[in-house]
Ligand binder design. Sequence first.
Ligand SMILES: NC(=O)C1=CN([C@@H]2O[C@H](COP(=O)(O)OP(=O)(O)OC[C@H]3O[C@@H](n4cnc5c(N)ncnc54)[C@H](OP(=O)(O)O)[C@@H]3O)[C@@H](O)[C@H]2O)C=CC1
Ligand SMILES: O=C(O)C(=O)[C@@H](O)[C@H](O)C(=O)CO
Length: 281
Amino acid sequence: MNNQIPEVTLHDGLELPVIGLGTYALNGNEGATAIQRAIEENGYRLIDSAYNYENEGTVGEAVKRSAVPREKLRITSKLPGRYQTYDKAIKTVQESLYRASLDYYDLYLIHWPNPKQDHYVEAWQALIDAKKQGLIRSIGVCNFLPDHLKRLEKETGEKPSINQIELHPYFNQEQQRKWHEKNSIKTESWSPLGHGNDILQQVTIQQIAERHQKSAAQVVLRWHYQLGAISIPKSANPDRQLENISIFDFSLDDAEMNSISSMTKPDGRINDQDPAVYEEY
Ligand SMILES: NC(=O)C1=CN([C@@H]2O[C@H](COP(=O)(O)OP(=O)(O)OC[C@H]3O[C@@H](n4cnc5c(N)ncnc54)[C@H](OP(=O)(O)O)[C@@H]3O)[C@@H](O)[C@H]2O)C=CC1
Ligand SMILES: O=C(O)C(=O)[C@@H](O)[C@H](O)C(=O)CO
């Protein structure tokens, strides 16, 4: 797909690059231009989006403007909580495709489990069926805890290819990552750089960056890669986009990996969104 970015193969056979572009708040013409530049100039092939970001059209426009063939790209979107009943979920996948002017999504994820609402199993059945209809190549989830994941497989016989979860140095998700690995589910990190908080300014990160002559963001993204997670840093800025994807010419040793992982804290979530209780519509 792209010679410079390593790829991983999901349990259903879909290949994904280990770094993609987050697109939260990339909307309209400015967003489309930023995404197009990420694809054409900076080598991004995996693009994350969501129905709730109101930017599936923006992503579709960037794909249309880009000279990179559609089949080389991996486009993701996500099903919102308010459309998790079966019929609504099927129609939402169709609407997501219309919005992006795409014939298929490479990856479509349930955005949050919303356990109180308790429709995520029928939403999952809808994604299974949409995949059978050729509307989606690979299906996954975000923010699912092991109990939610177990239930999907028990009740439908199919498990997600990916679980996109909050993961950054303040919240390293060690247990959840181990569980994914044991169950052949790929971990994808959201807010991998901490969504603009102070992670990149921390002395631990700054010292490692200095040692390797890399930026703080590159050190953090290299940490994700060595943990075995796909990360989707968002940047509207072409220089930072390139910086974020240029992490394959150095490596962190065990002590460096451990010191970054040790920055994690019990209350390290950015917005206190615990999927056991948080519901998003
Ligand atoms: N499934 C889910 O529930 C969720 C999914 N997501 C997905 O994950 C993506 C990434 O997470 P997001 O919350 O956007 O946060 P990120 O951790 O990707 O951080 C983005 C912020 O960091 C800045 N930044 C990017 N690169 C650099 C750099 N090299 N040096 C310094 N600053 C930098 C960006 O500014 P600038 O643009 O100016 O460069 C922006 O302010 C989202 O865009 C979305 O696609 C996010 C949250 C929840
Ligand atoms: O950005 C996303 O994908 C989300 O799920 C949001 O909930 C995000 O975490 C947020 O905006 C929180 O305020």
